[in-house]
Design a protein around this ligand. Structure first.
Ligand code: HEC
Ligand code: HEC
Length: 234
C-alpha cells in the first residue's frame, strides 16, 4: 500500500515533469564506480532467486504495469518493452537505477531511479523473473529496411568497427544473461538509448562497449536496426 501511494505520487510528478522542457533532478548524480566484468558477475550471482508469482504481485503493487503494460509490453511508445527480457539484464538495470549508475541526463530515467531506490534485492529478483517468463511479441511489422538492417546485425562492418549485434544479442535478438534481448523493443526507446550511449550519457555498461562497438553507425542505420528488432519475436 505504501508502495502504491509512493509510485502514484512519482507518476503524478513524472507526468507533470515530462510536460516541461527540462526539470531539475532533486539530487545530484551519485559517484558510483563503473562495472568491471568480474564485479558485475559477482553481483548478479549474489542476487536471491526470483519467484515468478511473487514477481507478478510486485509488478502490480509497484505499478510497473501502469507504464510497461500487464506483461511488460507497454501500451504506448513512451516506455521500453521489458517483456521476455532476460532476468539477469533486468536485475542489473534495476540495480543500476537504484545505485544511480544509470542516470541519463535527459531525465527519462528519473522515474526509474525513484522506483528502484525503494526496492529490495528480493523484489528486484522476483519482478525480473516475472518479465523473463513472458513471451516476447513483435511491436510492429517489418519495414522496407529489414534486409539492410539484418545484414548489418548479422555480420557487422569491420571497416567501421561495427560489430555484429547478433554475436552478443543473439541470432533472434533473444539476449543472453546480462546482454539484453532486443527483439520486440520499441524503436523510439531503442534509438534514444543508442544516442545516450553515443553521447556518453548512458555509461552503465562494462567498458563502455556499446558505444565502442556501434559508434560507426549512421542515424539512418540505427533507425533501420531499431525497426528490424521491433519486428522480431522469439
Ligand atoms: C511512470 C512510468 C514507469 C513506471 C511506473 C515504471 N517504469 Fe520502468 N521505465 C520507465 C521509463 C520512462 C523507462 C525508460 C528510462 C530510460 O530511458 O532510461 C523505463 C525503463 C525501465 C527499464 C529499463 C529497460 C531497458 O531495456 O533497459 C526496466 C528494466 C524497467 N523500467 C523496469 C520497471 C519495473 C520493474 C517497474 C516496477 C517496479 C517499472 N519499471 C515501473 C517508466 C516507468
Ligand atoms: C560485445 C557484445 C555486444 C555487441 C557486439 C553489441 N552489443 Fe548491444 N549491448 C551489449 C551489452 C552487454 C548491453 C547491456 C549494457 C548494459 O549493461 O546496460 C547492450 C545493450 C544494448 C542496447 C540497450 C538495450 C536496452 O534495453 O536498453 C541496445 C539498444 C543495443 N545494445 C544495441 C546493439 C546494436 C544495434 C549492436 C550492433 C550494431 C550491438 N548492440 C552490439 C553487448 C553488445
Amino acid at each position: 500500500m505504501k508502495n502504491n501511494l509512493l509510485v502514484s505520487t512519482i507518476i503524478g510528478l513524472n507526468v507533470f515533469a515530462m510536460s516541461q522542457v527540462t526539470h531539475a533532478s532533486s539530487t545530484e548524480k551519485p559517484q558510483v564506480p563503473a562495472w568491471t566484468g568480474a564485479a558485475l558477475a559477482e553481483t548478479i550471482s549474489a542476487m536471491p532467486k526470483g519467484d515468478i508469482q511473487r514477481g507478478q504481485v510486485v509488478a502490480k503493487d509497484m505499478m510497473c504495469i501502469a507504464c510497461h503494460g500487464e506483461q511488460g509490453k507497454p501500451y504506448t511508445m513512451n516506455f521500453p518493452s521489458i517483456q521476455g527480457q532476460t532476468q539477469e539484464y533486468t536485475m542489473k538495470t534495476m540495480i543500476d537505477y537504484r545505485e544511480g549508475r544509470r542516470w541519463e541526463s535527459y531525465k527519462r530515467a528519473d522515474v526509474m531511479v525513484k522506483i528502484a531506490e525503494n526496492m529490495t534485492d528480493q523484489q528486484i529478483a522476483d519482478v525480473s523473473s516475472f518479465y523473463a517468463a513472458q513471451t516476447t511479441t513483435a511491436w510492429q511489422k517489418p519495414t522496407a529496411t529489414y534486409e539492410q538492417a539484418k545484414a548489418l546485425v548479422t555480420t557487422g562492418d569491420m571497416s567501421r568497427m561495427v560489430m555484429a549485434c547478433a554475436g552478443c544479442h543473439g541470432a533472434e535478438g533473444q539476449g543472453n544473461g546480462v546482454t539484453p534481448a532486443l527483439a520486440g523493443q520499441i524503436p523510439q526507446y531503442f534509438v534514444r538509448t543508442m544516442q545516450a550511449f553515443h553521447e556518453k550519457d548512458r555509461v552503465n555498461d562494462v567498458n563502455g562497449m556499446m558505444d565502442q562497438f556501434t559508434k560507426g553507425l549512421t542515424p539512418e542505420e540505427i533507425q533501420a536496426i531499431a525497426d528490424y528488432y521491433a519486428s522480431l519475436m522469439c
